[in-house]
Design a protein around this ligand. Structure first.
Ligand code: NI
Ligand code: MN
Length: 224
């Protein structure tokens, strides 16, 4: 499996035939690795409705025909746009030929694109038996440890930028709670408010945990 970091909180999981695209904020993203028109997707997954995650969801879904998995209030609005959706709520799992995605809690805020206040999520993705946990825009909270107890996490995608999410110090504790084999930091250095030192985060996590930290520049790929 290949996981490509496309900038901010956007990742692409692929195996050569299936392509799962998470939080496709590309247009207007100063760190976007590709243009929205060049994004591939067989399925699109959303953590929540903020613009730096929802991004180009509608245009990519319409161009590719990929269904979108999003929490029910966001899915309802996407369906009105003519996009094919799956509409779980927290705790729900949606299954595909390539695996599954489960929505888990994330402590943050969210609004739908039309402005309805709703609940954000983290995503536990089983992609051909590799478990990838995108924590979403969460702060640190102790129930993060429950996710890894239910399914051992191979790769955790974790915000470290602070201000809108947990910072790189709290994320070290989150890495301990999640217990993933590999941690990939995200949601930092996109804007001045979320500057973070990923090299220091890597060193701190690798001192405190058994996790390996892989720092990806936008456009770089990690292969499992
Ligand atoms: Ni957010
Ligand atoms: Mn965000």
């Amino acid at each position: 499996m290949q996981i490509r970091f496309l900038g901010h909180a956007c990742f692409e999981l692929s195996d050569g035939s299936d392509t799962v695209l998470i939080d496709p904020f590309l247009s207007g993203n100063p760190k976007a690795a590709i243009a929205a028109d060049d994004a591939a997707a067989t399925t699109i997954l959303l953590t929540h409705g903020h613009g730096d995650h929802f991004g180009d969801t509608v245009s990519i879904a319409k161009r590719t025909g990929a269904p979108v998995v999003a929490i029910v209030e966001i899915a309802d609005e996407l369906e009105q746009e003519g996009v094919q959706v799956h509409d779980p709520n927290l705790g729900g799992t949606v299954r595909f030929d390539w695996g599954s995605v489960k929505l888990v809690p994330a402590w943050h805020t969210s609004t739908t694109p039309k402005g309805t206040v709703n609940t954000p999520a983290g995503l536990v993705v089983n992609f051909h038996d590799t478990i990838v946990y995108h924590l979403g825009d969460t702060c640190l909270f102790s129930d993060l440890q429950l996710v890894g107890k239910r399914a051992p996490i191979d790769i955790a995608l974790m915000c470290i930028g602070g201000h809108y999410t947990m910072d790189s110090t709290d994320a070290v504790e989150a890495a301990q709670l999640v217990g993933a084999s590999t941690v990939i930091p995200c949601h930092y250095n996109t804007f001045p408010a979320i500057e973070a030192d990923a090299a220091a985060f890597k060193s701190d996590v690798e001192s405190a945990t058994r996790s390996n930290v892989v720092v990806l520049e936008p456009g770089e790929t990690h292969s499992t």
